[in-house]
Write a protein that binds this ligand. Structure first.
Ligand SMILES: [Zn+2]
Length: 264
């Protein structure tokens, strides 16, 4: 079977194990069903996820012009503390910013390679954790807007990490930690304005990824350097496809690339 389409991050469904889907214009692929099968991935062309033009992808699946223009790629996406919609102030498009920023947000602790703090919209739990390849996570604060989540994250970053080591995550060199104990330890650093939203009583969420074999020395497939790759799929973790020969393919960082995938 052959599938052609523009890559966007895989959709997921939590379960034992998590189910992954590649969504193309005319095809909907359950990636779990491709485990242990031989896949060929070929680069076809670029296609910006916003303007659909065949321009080189700059960041986050967007061409250079779109990245610096559209509200979906503004700075407050990656840095929630820059959010301004709660002050009625526009960055790029106030209607869009109000819609996205003025809704419940979660500050969480997730353990993917180490414990880290992060922010997500409440509707993105546990999707966000799955995308990061976290095997356990816990909500610590639920606030009414993105700004409050952002300032909480910034305050906590002084006391806990905020990055994932993707090699460690993929090699599954992980340990189980007590995230409830971490939450209780970090409580003292939550800013005053977010303290009323602290979540006292909840438990860890455990996530189970569909992986038959972890890579020992993961090397990342770059479609620009290697426009054609072939390998046996052995697992999916985070937004990575893991192959038998230690090759890993980050679907998310290849958003906006049109690929042709052949199975078998
Ligand atoms: Zn574009």
């Amino acid at each position: 079977m052959n599938y052609v389409g523009v890559l966007s991050k895989m959709q997921t469904e939590n379960g034992s194990p998590i189910q992954y889907y590649l969504v193309f214009e005319n095809d909907f692929l359950n990636v779990n069903q491709l485990l242990d099968k031989k896949l060929s991935i070929s680069f076809v062309k670029y296609q910006c996820l916003n303007c659909n033009l065949g321009k080189k992808i700059y960041r986050q699946g967007f061409c250079y012009d779109c990245f610096y223009e559209i509200p979906q790629a503004a700075d407050w996406i990656m840095r929630p503390e820059l959010s301004m919609a709660h002050l009625d102030k526009e960055d790029r498009d106030l209607v869009y910013e109000k819609k996205v920023q003025l809704q419940p947000h979660i500050v969480y602790l997730a353990n993917s390679s180490n414990v880290k703090v992060g922010v997500t919209r409440k509707t993105q739990v546990p999707t966000r954790w799955i995308d990061q390849g976290a095997h356990e996570a816990i909500e610590i604060v639920e606030v009414p807007n993105r700004y409050l989540a952002g300032v909480t994250e910034v305050a906590l970053k002084d006391h806990v990490g905020d990055k994932t080591n993707w090699r460690t995550m993929l090699k599954n060199e992980i340990e189980d930690v007590d995230l409830v104990a971490w939450r209780n330890k970090l409580k003292q650093y939550i800013p005053e304005e977010a303290m009323p939203y602290f979540i006292e009583n909840n438990t860890e969420t455990e996530l189970e990824f569909p992986v038959l074999q972890y890579p020992t020395k993961p090397k990342s497939l770059n479609l620009e350097k290697t426009p054609h790759y072939e390998g046996v799929l052995k697992g999916i973790k985070g937004q990575y496809l893991i192959f038998e020969d230690n090759t890993v393919f980050n679907v998310r960082s290849n958003e906006g690339y049109v690929v042709s995938i052949t199975v078998g």
